[in-house]
Design a binder for this molecule. Structure first.
Ligand code: DQA
Length: 138
């Protein structure tokens, strides 16, 4: 099984950025743990701060991979383009967030992705990604 994790803007700063919300761990380190916890899965990781690069990646893998796990970060709340990319592909997509966006500012309550994804996992810290991967194994 081939799965793609896609992280959006500022998630390259995990472990440094707003640790009270997003925790202490750097995603590259966490990704190594994921790889060793899910040895049977061919896991790929991509991060970009640029909206168009996220869309390019969705298009690139979205007809071939068994699934995409995406945290579009701030673009979740603004990007019609990422929502359109998700509805244009055939691979199932899980939307994840580290924090519970519904317990935060009102502008984080709107997602342009949610209507087009298979499921949403949020608020479990980095464990949200583990849960999303596990959902593909069921
Ligand atoms: C986030 C929540 C977004 O509102 C925020 O802009 C992020 C991270 C999360 O994982 O909790 O950058 O997607």
């Amino acid at each position: 099984m081939k799965l793609q994790i896609i992280n959006g803007p500022n998630l390259n700063l995990l472990g440094t950025r707003e640790k009270n919300i997003y925790g202490n761990q750097n995603f590259n380190e966490y990704f190594k743990n994921l790889k060793s916890n899910f040895k049977s899965i061919d896991l790929h990781y991509f991060q970009s701060n640029i909206e168009g690069e996220l869309i390019d990646k969705i298009q690139q893998v979205g007809f071939d991979f068994d699934g995409i796990i995406i945290n579009a970060a701030a673009y979740t709340h603004t990007s019609v383009g990422i929502g359109d990319a998700i509805r244009s592909i055939s691979s199932p997509v899980i939307e994840v967030h580290i924090s519970n966006t519904y317990s935060r500012e009102e502008y984080r309550h709107k997602s342009f992705l949610s209507a087009h994804v298979k499921g949403i996992i949020l608020g479990f810290g980095l464990k949200s990604y583990d849960l999303a991967i596990s959902s593909f194994l069921d």
